[in-house]
Design a protein around this ligand. Structure first.
Ligand code: FAD
Length: 304
């Protein structure tokens, strides 16, 4: 299999036994059998064909900013989209901007701002790709992907392509159609956004303001995966965790942030097992004190 993959994408784009701690914002995770980067749609389709033929498990990641990978790693192939699959085109005069799924959200937001188009300010500072942002319907400060997406191009597991409208993507709070069983294994190839003409200086000011807010409220000085839990209806996870007395609570090097209780942080050498144990403890104690069930926003991958 390695030979076939090398022929298709080049040896330099294949890493063997690659620690996933290097590819996740938590800086946690054991080795993936292979970690590969694909640059074109043709390469991606070719790679998936090989992996499917060989029956090899594979998993597509974005920037790894919402993932907790197990300490025993992932027995299979991790695929990352780069090159053409991370290119940003536009915005055109009508405000349409199309980005390959591997493009970083902040870059898309920055490019939109430079051309004087508004709508992506909220996404500046979210450390993920636009592909990951579609899967999660990423959002912040009253903005979310649902409000700016025009259409999404998907590659289905049978390797056929389909273009979906924003409505058909069923974007909801940290969810999308890609989280449903029916779309398991579907890959976002590209995303087209429709933005509004605005004032470049005002857009830039908004982005700067959001960056400052993030710096002051979030523990950006430590590795994390952002908000660890989803916001329960009518509540804030961070407040519930703080009220349960868990601010700063620590298992090994995994800690409930003292700055923002909604974040579990890695104080240095946290393991996935420690993060998982801490998350479980938080869920149990919040449930005991309030009767509210916290649901992880972070996605677990691989062997713990
Ligand atoms: C400091 C910090 C702050 C954050 N702030 C926010 C915030 O304000 N708002 C917010 O919503 N999130 C936030 N996050 C979480 C995270 O950045 C987002 O969920 C982001 O959208 C994840 O993108 P990613 O590319 O890193 O995806 P990953 O973490 O790599 O993957 C997430 C999921 O998407 C899937 N996926 C990724 N790309 C594709 C693709 N092309 N096709 C199919 N599936 C794909 C993966 O398989 C996985 O299931 C924050 C994280 C951190 C570390």
């Amino acid at each position: 299999m390695l030979e076939q993959l090398s022929e298709l994408i080049g040896k330099e784009n294949i890493l063997t036994n690659e620690p996933m701690s290097k590819h996740t914002s938590f800086h946690i995770g054991g080795p993936a059998g292979y970690y590969i980067q694909v640059r074109t749609k043709e390469q991606l389709i070719g790679v998936l064909r090989i992996l499917q033929d060989k029956g090899s498990p594979y998993y597509l990641i974005g920037n790894g900013s919402n993932l907790l990978v197990g300490d025993e790693g992932y027995d299979g192939v991790i695929v990352r989209l780069t090159g053409e699959l991370a290119a940003i085109l536009g915005p055109d005069e009508a405000g349409y901007i199309t980005a390959g799924a591997g493009a970083m959200l902040s870059q898309v937001a920055y490019q939109a701002m430079e051309s004087g188009f508004s709508g992506m300010e909220f996404a500046f500072g979210i450390p993920g790709t636009i592909g990951g942002a579609i899967v999660m319907n990423a959002g912040a400060y009253d903005g979310e992907m649902r409000l700016v997406v025009s259409s999404v191009r998907l590659l289905l597991p049978d390797l056929s392509e389909v273009e979906k409208s924003c409505e058909a993507m069923e974007l909801g709070y940290r969810t999308s159609i890609l989280k449903s069983k029916a779309y398991e294994g579907a890959i976002v190839l590209s995303v087209t956004l429709q933005l509004q003409q605005g004032n470049r200086t005002a857009i830039k000011a908004k982005m700067d303001e959001f960056s400052k807010l993030r710096q002051s409220k979030q523990p950006l000085e430590y590795p994390s995966a952002g908000s660890t839990f989803k916001r329960p209806n009518g509540h804030y996870a961070g407040k519930l965790i703080m009220d349960a007395g868990l601010q700063g609570y620590r298992i090994g090097d995994a800690q409930v942030s003292e700055k923002h209780c909604g974040f579990v942080i890695n104080r240095g050498n946290a393991t996935a097992a420690e993060v998982r144990a801490l998350m479980q403890q938080v869920e149990d104690e919040v449930f005991e004190t309030t009767g509210i069930e916290l649901e992880p926003e972070v996605i677990f991958l691989g062997n713990f």
